[in-house]
Ligand binder design. Structure first.
Ligand SMILES: *Cc1c(COP(=O)(O)O)cnc(C)c1O
Length: 346
């Protein structure tokens, strides 16, 4: 990996961050706060939240087996995705490389930040090749995006290929593990010390059942986390979100139960789905959804909408012609889907 200082945009390297009242005073034992122009009434929502989310990070660190200094928390993983562009990619000059197909936000953020986005097609089994990704990089490539398990294909990638990328690529490798709770493949979280150019993304939006509170996690070296902290909005995670996440972390055993029952439902749903006349193929999945090739994605999508059931039509996505992406729901929800499809005449 290049020196981190070389990878950071020069303006960000030189930036003196905004220092909020809660940054300048963060001792615990004061009782009169007249420093932040807050309203003294309407507690607790009158006070600015902790800009560094210390309590939450301290609870999260042992669960994730990392140090609090290796954690960034943001307004969804989407905030972390945007921040890597803003921190490392000079608009109009730098580029990033990503697998294709994958999660759409990497490209949207590239375009918003005026950064060239280079797509490298997966093979017909939706696997990636580190060599192909490396071949697409040049001296202006700052980031490589990998999503494993991948959205919308559902599969995890070969660990050795990702490791090859981490050792050979001179910039940063972002491994998005939004769905890793549903996979038996080990997370890259335990490899943070081995790879200084690794950024792992996870989220409260999927297995944790908290999409509404908007809380995403990025895990990386202390130096990379400090860059994120320097450029983020001072109070990027609001108090209600911090509180709800804290409560959720205290009952994280529930997440294990949800994951277990969703994985059981996933295999039942897939078995039943394969027997449907409209189903041509189901791709292997490590996530809480699966991708299926059907006889006519648009017609089936429209038919399901008319029955009040919404799935994701991925037919226009690379390698996904006539494919639907189906999220695993509750047993009754999955049964409603199966019932509707048994009555579909194509
Ligand atoms: C759902 C998803 C996320 C989560 O994004 P949030 O902003 O945290 O809700 C991140 N990455 C991928 C690949 C996803 O599918």
């Amino acid at each position: 990996m290049k020196d981190l200082k070389e990878l950071i945009r020069p303006n960000i390297r030189a930036l003196k961050p905004y220092s909020s009242a809660r940054d300048e005073y963060n001792g615990a034992e004061a009782s009169v706060f007249l420093d932040a122009n807050e309203n003294p009434y309407n507690a607790p929502n009158n006070r600015y939240p902790d800009p560094m989310q210390r309590e939450l990070k301290n609870l999260l660190a042992p669960i994730k087996k990392v140090k609090p200094e290796n954690i960034f928390l943001g307004n969804g993983s989407d905030e972390a995705i945007d921040l890597v562009y803003r921190a490392f990619c000079c608009p109009g000059a730098d580029n990033v490389v990503a697998i294709d197909p994958t999660y759409g936000m990497y490209q949207v953020c590239a375009e918003v930040n005026d950064v060239e986005y280079r797509k490298v097609l997966l093979d017909e089994n939706f696997q990636l090749s580190a060599d192909k990704l490396l071949a697409a990089t040049d001296e202006h490539t700052k980031l490589v995006f990998i999503c494993s398990p991948n959205n919308p294909t559902g599969n995890s990638f070969c660990r050795a290929e990702i490791e090859k990328l981490l050792t050979s690529f001179q910039g940063l490798v972002i491994v998005d593990e939004a769905y890793s709770d549903f996979s038996d493949a080990p997370s890259f979280l335990s490899d943070l010390d081995a790879y200084p150019n690794l950024i792992v993304l996870q989220t409260f939006s999927k297995a944790w059942g908290c999409a509404a509170i908007r809380l995403g996690m990025a895990f990386a070296s202390k130096e990379i986390i400090e860059v994120f902290s320097k450029i983020k909005y001072p109070y990027n995670v609001n108090l209600l979100t911090q509180k709800e996440a804290t409560a959720m972390l205290r009952r994280h055993y529930e997440v294990d139960r949800w994951v277990k029952s969703l994985m059981e439902e996933r295999s039942r749903l897939i078995d039943e789905f394969m027997a449907l006349p409209c189903c041509e193929k189901i791709y292997p999945t490590d996530a809480n959804f699966f991708l299926t090739k059907v006889t006519d994605a648009k017609a089936i999508y429209d038919y399901l909408v008319s029955r009040g059931i919404i799935v994701r039509n991925r037919t226009t996505v690379a390698l996904c012609r006539d494919c639907l992406r189906i999220t695993v729901g509750t047993r009754p929800e999955n049964d409603a889907l199966l019932d509707a499809l048994r009555n579909y005449v194509g």
